[in-house]
Design a protein around this ligand. Structure first.
Ligand SMILES: *[C@@H]1O[C@H](CO)[C@@H](O)[C@H](O)[C@H]1NC(C)=O
Length: 344
């Protein structure tokens, strides 16, 4: 059935990709998750990234051999502070933060290769135990950076899952969940004061996979014939932009109109769940890339660009959870792409 449609899509995609080919650095980064026991050596991974002209990478933790491989590669890094380190940095003051930065990062890679430090990941979803330590840890890290004159160069944020929001459909009804406010309010104040983006992990795929009979695939995957969602004066044609504007709206309701968004993770798996296949991953990710390359914002804020880190560089065979969680890899282990994709 419908055997031709992947071919037609592939052709269309290459036309789109060619049309958006722009000069210079890629504006799209990629996440390098390492929860796997069959990864190529870190130096080979760096070669894959450079070979595809990807200039920004998110590392979830400061693993020394990995960082060493990236040193001097010209690739800009977002480096994660593990959730388990937040208590130490928050309670140990600026000295602990300074020491953490030195031993985990600056002893290994030069500061000018670091663009972001992501302080914890989805703490309010996964590790609420550490929640109260997020913003105090960020403040200590900020002061530590400032003491080294690095506060202007390296930005601190803390990636959040969409679960910090409530009533996101339509986007104009979104608010931050009550349970998240004690963290989100000081976080937004900190981001505003330091000129850093709100980092969000957003996966329309999860919405689709959790209820494939009722969540329309077309809306999650940017189909041009998907039924749009009309929200006041804005027509949403895809779930990706609707999810991002839900964050924009929720921030506005807290009094913050101009904190930019960075998508610290988004992606689509190639197997292991409903709709998980290479052609759909290709369509989804190419649409995300195309918007980022064009410097597009969201329908509510078309002129505030959204920076994006795609998830994931390679499959991660040791990930917990549903089978599809293991299959977000954009590249095969030999460095070839798992499906057609243009990064710049
Ligand atoms: C940071 O977390 C790692 C595990 O991710 C742990 O091995 C290390 O001891 C922690 N360091 C501090 C200072 O808490």
């Amino acid at each position: 059935m419908a055997r031709q449609s992947p071919l037609i899509l592939t052709t269309l995609l290459s036309v789109i990709a060619t049309a958006t080919l722009v000069t210079g650095e890629s504006k799209v980064g990629i996440c390098y998750g390492t929860n796997s026991d069959d990864l190529p050596p870190a130096f080979a991974v760096v070669d894959i990234i450079k070979g595809n002209h990807i200039s920004k990478v998110r590392l979830f933790n400061p693993n020394p051999p990995t960082l060493k491989a990236f040193k001097g590669s010209g690739i800009e890094l977002m480096i994660g502070v593990p959730n388990e380190n937040l208590t130490y940095i928050s309670t140990g003051g600026v000295d602990a933060a300074t020491e953490w930065l030195k031993t985990n990062i600056f002893d290994i890679v030069p500061a000018n290769q670091v663009k972001y430090i992501a302080v914890g990941n989805e703490v309010l979803l996964r590790d609420t135990f550490y929640a109260e330590h997020i913003v105090p840890a960020m403040k200590n890290l900020y002061q530590a950076l400032k003491n080294q004159d690095l506060d202007g160069k390296i930005k601190l944020s803390s990636p959040q899952a969409s679960s910090v929001l409530e009533s996101t459909n339509p986007p104009s009804s979104a608010v931050f969940a009550d349970s998240s406010l004690s963290v989100i309010r000081p976080l937004l104040a900190f981001l505003k004061e330091t000129g850093a983006p709100l980092m969000v992990n957003t996966y329309p795929y999860f919405a689709y996979a959790s209820d494939p009979n009722n969540v329309p695939l077309g809306f999650t995957i940017f189909s041009s014939d998907a039924s749009p969602v009309q929200d006041g004066g804005i027509k949403y044609t895809n779930m990706y932009e609707a999810s991002l504007d839900a964050f924009v709206v929720a921030m506005e309701k807290e009094g913050y109109k101009d904190i930019p968004l960075t998508v610290s993770e988004t992606g689509w798996p190639t197997s292991g769940g409903p709709g998980a296949e290479p052609i759909k991953a290709s369509v989804y990710n190419n649409n995300v890339i195309w918007r980022a390359l064009g410097g597009q914002g969201t329908p509510k804020r078309p002129h505030i660009p959204v920076e994006v880190y795609l998830f994931d560089l390679l499959d991660e065979n040791l990930k917990d959870g549903q089978e599809f969680e293991k299959h977000f890899g954009i590249f095969n282990l030999d460095g070839s792409t798992a499906y057609s994709l243009r990064f710049n």
